[in-house]
Design a protein around this ligand. Structure first.
Ligand code: SAH
Length: 263
């Protein structure tokens, strides 16, 4: 019997053209595909017609398949000689619990390989034409989750003081609170801020506004989870080069008036 193997694959943010060749190859080979809810149908369409495609989804705080069950299923299928693709939204190692799954596979002695994907935070910025780093404006960027477990808390005031743009995952439901804490940390209320829902999908919606209006603007633009929030001066550059048919930026982006410069 041929030895099975697990590919832990990043599916990217949704647009199938953003899959890597490694991801595509693994997907076309797979006997079994275990995917998260965030993986788009267009991506799953590349699985073999006879592959077993199983949703082991997890969506926000909704019900999800227990992690242990997913791990046992991957291990069992690989031991039966199958090629298993464990497909995760974005990149498996960015808020994706990728290493936990690798550790379980390693412990079980199952061969595995990781295929990186384009993480939604970077894809969301690119979709609006926002450079997260920009000479003279931003010398780095912070990827951070808006959602922590139990009583763990993020020090938003300390993040505000770094002056670096924040790329916030899982931040929709806590947006008002995050806004308030960033402003308390010294970020100007007029700091440019953007939200992108369903980045790179046909259903993408986005808004560019200012920090103190982010939650409201998001509600008005009917942007819901999954969405990325981007807060920082770089958000001012959204869609700035959209003229002449250039494709950076989403045509549906709503722009709200920004003050010239935040104080
Ligand atoms: N591993 C994933 C992140 C999983 S956490 C990655 O690298 O992208 C889930 C969060 O990712 C969502 O709450 C949302 O903030 C973000 N997300 C995933 N796909 C997205 C998309 N297409 N558009 C906007 N945000 C997305």
């Amino acid at each position: 019997m041929k030895a099975g193997k697990v590919f832990l694959v990043g599916a990217g943010p949704g647009d199938p053209e953003l899959l890597t060749l490694k991801a595509l190859k693994a997907l076309k080979q797979a006997d079994v595909v275990l995917h998260d809810e965030l993986v788009s149908e267009e991506v799953l369409a590349y699985a073999r017609p006879d592959a077993r495609v199983i949703a082991v989804g997890k969506r926000g705080r909704g019900r999800s398949t227990p992690q242990g069950f997913i791990e046992r299923l991957m291990i069992a299928e690989a031991r039966r000689g199958h090629v298993v693709v464990r497909l995760k939204g974005g990149d498996p190692f960015v808020f994706g619990r990728g290493l936990e799954e690798c550790a379980a596979l390693a412990k079980a002695g199952v061969a595995f390989e990781v295929a990186s994907g384009i993480t939604s935070g970077l894809a969301a910025a690119a979709a609006l034409g926002i450079p997260l780093t920009h000479r003279g404006l931003s010398h780095g960027a912070i990827l951070v989750t808006g959602q922590r477990r139990g009583d763990e808390e993020t020090d938003w005031e300390a993040l505000a003081r770094t002056g670096l743009p924040l790329v916030i995952y899982m931040g929709v439901s806590r947006c008002a609170d995050i806004q308030r804490q960033l402003i308390a940390g010294g970020m100007a209320p007029g700091t440019p801020a953007a939200a992108v829902g369903d980045a790179t999908r046909a259903t993408q919606r986005s808004v560019v506004t200012r920090l103190d209006r982010l939650e409201q603007a998001m509600a008005e633009a009917r942007i819901a989870s999954p969405a990325i929030l981007i807060v920082g001066e770089v958000a001012r550059l959204a869609t700035s080069l959209r003229a002449n048919g250039n494709s950076a930026g989403d045509r549906a982006t709503r722009r709200q008036p920004l003050r010239r410069r935040p104080r």
